[in-house]
Structures are given as C-alpha cells and as structure tokens.
Design a protein around this ligand. Structure first.
Ligand SMILES: C[S@@+](CC[C@H](N)C(=O)[O-])C[C@H]1O[C@@H](n2cnc3c(N)ncnc32)[C@H](O)[C@@H]1O
Length: 229
C-alpha cells in the first residue's frame, strides 16, 4: 500500500521518474533555494517537510554549506533512498520518520528556514492550515517558509490546460502518459491541491508576513512568507 506522495511503487525509480512527470522540477527546486534571505555562509537551521529521496535536501546542503537540516517524511521507503544519498553530508543532516501535521517536529524549537517540495498538496484544507500554524510557531524571528507545490485553479479551463501541459511534457520525455503510469507503477495518490490564493490567505492568517508567490508554471508554484524579527 502506497503512502500519499510516494508516487512510485518502487522508490528507487523516483529520481528519474519524477523529472519525467513534473515539468521544470529542477527550476522549482532552484527557486525554493534562491528565495530565502539567508547568506550562503550563514549557519542556517532548516526543517524540510516531505524530503522523499533527498533530492532537494542534497541541493540545500550544498547551496548552504553551513546549514543543518532535519528532513522529515512518512515513507520509510523514500527515507531509505535519502539515507544512502545523504550519507556524504554526515551529521549535518538528520532523517526522521513522521507524518505532518500530526508528528510535526517541534522538539528543538526554532528553525531559520522551513522548506517543502511537492508534499503539502497531499493534505486537505484543515491539514494545510494546521501545518502553516505549526510552521509559523516553529520558526525563529526572521525565519522563512518556502513551499514548492502543486496548486489548483478555480477555472476548469485552466485545470484542463495544466493537464494538457503535463501530458505534453511526459510525451517530450518519450512517453505517452498512460503508458508511463503503467510502466512506472505511478499512481494517483491522495492529492488535494488548493488554490494559490487560498494558501496565501491561510499563510497570512497563520501570522506570516511578506506572503507571496515567487514562481509559477501552470499548476506548479513556489510561495511562502516570513516571520517578523
Ligand atoms: C512527491 S514526493 C516529493 C519529494 C521531494 N520533496 C522532491 O521534491 O522530490 C512527496 C513526499 O512527501 C511525503 N509526504 C507526503 N505527505 C506527507 C505527510 N503528511 N507527512 C510526511 N511526509 C509526507 C511522501 O512520502 C513523499 O516522500
């Protein structure tokens, strides 16, 4: 039984597989890493939610060489892949098994940065709102939350446009979408993307300031906000 967000039955195909079905996957990650106000050489304490196989984690630890990252995920299969990949970073990274928002790691208090990529859209509205509250509470003054994720359009024709765009993307990688889904055992997980507008409002309501969208490509967006000093 797959957990929400695992995408593939076999976690070892996740890395090449996700790039074939998420358009501009690297650009989305790059934007998440470009958005925080912190300098490269600052000792940044980071919480990553839904780290999966550790793709964003690797880029984060490289981009911020003085950072320490706690990477959380509810999938042990994904964490196994991440563990192998991240071993080279030693004790700068810790992996934790848990499902947010219920198991949100508050123990050590204040993070300078909370990031997530392609994970939060698996929560319903109440789950997202609870999570945004938890993130806000766990951030140090001046800290930031940046999320890169799937969003939903209210307008049906824009949902159709996004679906067509993804189909074309998969085709450009040499696959027909249905064939790809069968071959790679990818599934429609429990997805519940919310509109970007709703999420920006919920972030404001959780207390975030400077709430904004930073990047968008059809139904993928990078957005977030900061906690005042
Ligand atoms: C599509 S993958 C994204 C992985 C990685 N962030 C990336 O950019 O490639 C989503 C990940 O979020 C995890 N996930 C989804 N919902 C979660 C939840 N409520 N708690 C913990 N992990 C969750 C899944 O297990 C999966 O590893």
């Amino acid at each position: 039984m797959k957990k929400p967000g695992e995408v593939f039955a076999d976690a070892s195909v996740y890395d090449p597989g996700i790039e074939a079905i998420v358009p501009r996957y690297d650009e989305l990650h790059d934007t998440i890493l470009n958005a925080p106000p912190h300098d490269r050489d600052e000792p940044v304490s980071v919480l990553e939610l839904g780290a999966g196989t550790g793709e964003l984690t690797t880029k984060l630890l490289t981009r911020f060489p003085e950072s320490e990252v706690l990477a959380v995920d509810h999938s042990d299969r994904m964490l196994e892949q991440a563990e192998r990949k991240l071993a080279t970073f030693g004790d700068r990274v810790a992996l934790e098994s848990g499902a947010f928002p219920d198991d949100y790691p508050r123990a050590d208090g204040e993070y300078d940065l909370v990031v997530s990529s392609l994970a939060v859209h698996h929560l319903d509205e109440a789950g997202k709102r609870d999570l945004f509250d938890d993130i806000y509470d766990s951030l140090a003054p001046g800290g930031w939350f940046i999320n890169g994720d799937v969003i939903r359009f209210d307008a049906p024709h824009l949902e159709t446009l996004s679906g067509d765009m993804i189909e074309n993307w998969v085709r450009s990688k040499g696959w027909e979408e249905s064939e790809f889904m069968d071959e790679w055992e990818a599934s429609d997980d429990y997805d519940d993307p919310s509109t970007l507008t709703d999420q920006l409002v919920w972030l404001r309501e959780s207390g975030f300031e400077a709430v904004t969208s930073i990047w968008q490509y059809y139904n993928f967006a990078v957005y977030g906000g900061g906690k005042s000093e």
